[in-house]
Design a protein around this ligand. Structure first.
Ligand code: NAD
Length: 260
């Protein structure tokens, strides 16, 4: 389906990004991996993907909290692949605290990784997408891009901003063969959410199973997690020709979270 295409997936050494990199590779796209982790584990992930799907898989260690490294990631990908067709802005971080005690350096880093990085990757990649007349920009936002929860000031502000950025890019690229959309997951069981479950279990003196059920009950009426594969399948769909007239959309995959 994506044979001959090239993709960058930020934050693809873990969780949702890892699943998106895998489904794009499985469908024939070359992939640039990015994210933190142990170099041996990342190299194993890279070589396994390349061998399993017989495509080119590269890795760039850019720290996306740094503007210059965001641009470097795009330029390095363009140099090594020749061009970039698909950009998935997925890297994200979280911090949970009331606003009065929200550490200002955490605010800065959340805004940098969850929002500003996407501005830099998009502005750098668009010229080459325009040249080829085809492109897909997929921003992994969140239900927290559309509604708030308490104690997530940085995350909610950044994700709302990411949805605004998605709409602007969609308007500026409309009719050019490029689309820009946001996916808004509810709860997906990844390390980012597991750490929130662990914290809840500890602070409330309950076991992990009870903390997990509480977390789901509070927000996600389906009572179950969305899987990484379900999010990745939507990202893949957005890369198809059938999705060529979907742009500027914020698509929830949230077990009914936003229906309440
Ligand atoms: P995760 O913690 O499993 O993965 C995050 C990835 O981002 C990792 O690969 C990490 O190395 C990378 N990363 C973090 N900081 C980085 C930086 N400065 N530079 C480069 N890479 C960096 O988290 P996840 O749950 O898979 O989250 C992926 C995205 O999905 C995030 O944007 C998150 O906000 C969003 N999201 C997740 C959920 C959920 O329930 N898990 C829900 C809604 C939205």
């Amino acid at each position: 389906m994506l044979k001959g295409r090239t993709a960058i997936v930020t934050g693809s050494t873990s969780g949702i990004g890892k699943g998106i990199a895998e489904i794009l590779a499985a469908n024939g796209s070359a992939v640039m991996l990015n994210g933190f982790g142990e170099s041996e584990a990342i190299e194993m992930q890279r070589s396994e993907l390349a061998q399993t799907f017989n495509i080119e898989v590269l890795y760039n260690a850019a720290d996306l909290s740094q503007a210059s490294q965001c641009a470097d990631l795009i330029e390095d990908s363009e140099r090594r692949f020749g061009h970039v067709d698909i950009l998935v802005n997925n890297a994200g971080i979280q911090h949970v605290a009331p606003i009065e005690s929200f550490p200002t350096e955490r605010w800065d880093s959340i805004l940098a990784v969850n929002l500003t990085a996407a501005f830099h990757t998009i502005r750098t990649v668009l010229p080459s997408m325009r040249k080829s007349g085809w492109g897909r920009v997929i921003n992994i936002a969140s239900t927290h891009g559309l509604v708030a929860s308490s104690e997530k000031a940085g995350y909610v502000a950044a994700k709302h901003g990411l949805i605004g950025l998605t709409k602007v890019v969609a308007l500026e690229t409309a009719g050019s063969g490029i689309t820009c959309n946001a996916i808004c997951p509810g709860w997906v069981l990844t390390p980012l959410v597991q750490s929130q479950i662990d914290r809840r279990a500890q602070s409330e003196g309950i076991n992990l199973e009870e903390a997990t059920q509480q977390l789901l009950r509070e927000k996600q009426p389906s009572g179950r997690f969305t899987t990484v594969k379900q999010i990745a399948s939507l990202a893949l769909y957005l890369c198809t020709e059938n999705a060529s007239n979907i742009t500027g959309a914020s698509i929830p995959v949230d077990g009914g979270w936003l229906a309440q």
